[in-house]
Design a protein around this ligand. Structure first.
Ligand code: PEP
Ligand code: MN
Length: 412
């Protein structure tokens, strides 16, 4: 559904005003617009959850990824929930990421940049506006409740305040648990929230920074070039990502690169391919070739989750580990053939013992046992370990460029 965002009560900087007049997909149908404005005012004066210097530090780390000197591991829940924002859940996810990073660092001989889908991943894009009961769909705890009642599903602007508070608490856990070594990121979706958390940078005339997370990405459903989300990402000083589904054209990809990395800063832009295991080998190469020819140094990241989702006979949305491994292998094959860097992965996972994806000990009959996700199916620790082992094997196949531009295995 397309409609305009809620206009500001007061004057906004020109660029923001321009951004809000663009078509804005996937926004909540807030019933109480005066309350939306009041909440935005509260968020506008609240302390940022992350600082500009931290976002700059992440850009520098992502520049190393773009140069092939580090590997990016991003992961966490598809949808965080207020009820799930507990120390044990946050630590289970952070600890799983830490264990995976150790294996990948050893296999690749490179530092691993850890980026948690955490402390802000509270809004979800949806393909339908109503569910099977005719109720408005669940759009993430920042917007409405998962319970199938009209009251729960009515978008409530006060939930943006709860998302901010929950994210602040999660940030405390992230900082305490990891000594500041883990960055946080989420999909920039609800623009009432994201715009209210923009903060000026340290330099006059510098772009504003997002105070809501170190890294923000634009999802497959909101990446329209003329849309407000890409316009919003353009404004930011933070490193940003764009998900690229199987219908992405090379021309579109190069336009994202021009628009989102106008100053040609390595690490500023991460292109996240999520094409599905059947399409990646065909769709990704011309995109990589055209972007490489543009001269911009982006991070190439593979999300092997979102192009491989299907509904099991039990009615559960699920994914097969085997398909994820095939998409990851295809992603590495494409980059190795073209002489570009397979820079990182983006996974939905949890350290909790869930039964949401198939493979590594979980079959269709197990899905109903501990299917706990509020949105998409996540890897459990055992499945994430299987993916990590396969990734480690892919990283252990180093290549050097040959004079004829064909990669060949490096002699061991
Ligand atoms: C997600 O990352 O949860 C998501 C919705 O992904 P995509 O935009 O790639 O579908
Ligand atoms: Mn998801």
């Amino acid at each position: 559904m397309m409609h305009l965002g809620v206009p500001d009560a007061g004057p906004a900087p020109l660029s923001l005003a321009a951004a809000v007049t663009r078509p804005t997909a996937q926004q909540p149908d807030w019933p109480d617009l005066p309350r939306v404005r009041a909440v935005r005012e509260l968020l506008r004066t609240a302390p940022p959850l992350v600082l500009p210097a931290e976002a700059d530090r992440l850009t520098a780390r992502l520049a190393a990824v773009a140069r092939g000197e580090a590997f990016l591991l991003q992961g966490g829940d598809c949808a965080e929930t207020f009820a799930g924002n507990t120390e044990s859940h946050l630590c289970a996810n952070l600890d799983l990421l830490a264990r995976m990073a150790v294996v990948l660092a050893r296999a690749g001989g490179l530092p691993v940049v850890r980026l948690a889908r955490m402390a802000g991943q509270y809004a979800k894009p949806r393909s339908a506006t109503t569910d099977g009961h005719g109720l408005p769909v669940y759009r993430g705890d920042m917007v409405n409740g998962l319970g199938a009642t009209p009251a729960e599903r009515t978008p409530d602007p006060d939930r943006m305040l709860r998302a901010y508070a929950a994210s602040a608490l999660a940030m405390k856990v992230v900082r305490a648990r990891t000594g500041g070594e883990v960055f946080t990121g989420h999909e920039a979706l609800v623009l009432d929230y994201e715009r209210a958390l923009l903060r000026p940078g340290p330099c006059v005339n510098h772009r504003p920074y997002s105070g809501s997370g170190h890294f923000l990405w634009i999802g497959e459903r909101t990446r329209r070039l003329g849309g407000a989300h890409i316009g919003f990402a353009e404004l930011l000083a933070n490193p940003v990502g764009v998900k690229l589904g199987p219908e992405t054209t090379p021309e579109e990809a190069v336009e994202y690169v021009r628009r989102l990395d106008p100053d040609m800063v390595p690490g500023r832009l991460t292109l996240v391919s999520r094409m599905g295991h059947r399409r990646v080998r065909e769709v990704l190469p011309p995109i990589v070739e055209k972007v490489t020819a543009s001269g911009h140094q982006v991070v190439w990241q593979c999300d092997p989750m979102h192009g491989n989702t299907f509904v099991a006979p039990t009615g559960h949305k699920t994914r097969r580990v085997e398909h994820m491994l095939d998409e990851l292998a295809g992603f590495f094959e494409v980059h190795r053939r073209l002489g570009t860097r397979p820079g990182g992965v983006h996974l939905e996972l949890t350290g909790d013992d869930v039964t949401e994806c198939l493979g590594a000990g979980i079959s269709e009959k197990d899905l109903p046992h501990r299917y706990r996700t509020a949105c998409d199916p996540r890897l459990n620790a055992r499945q994430a370990t299987a993916v990590t082992t396969a990734l480690a094997d892919l990283l252990r196949l180093p290549v050097t460029r040959c004079p004829n531009n064909r990669p060949r295995p490096r002699a061991s």
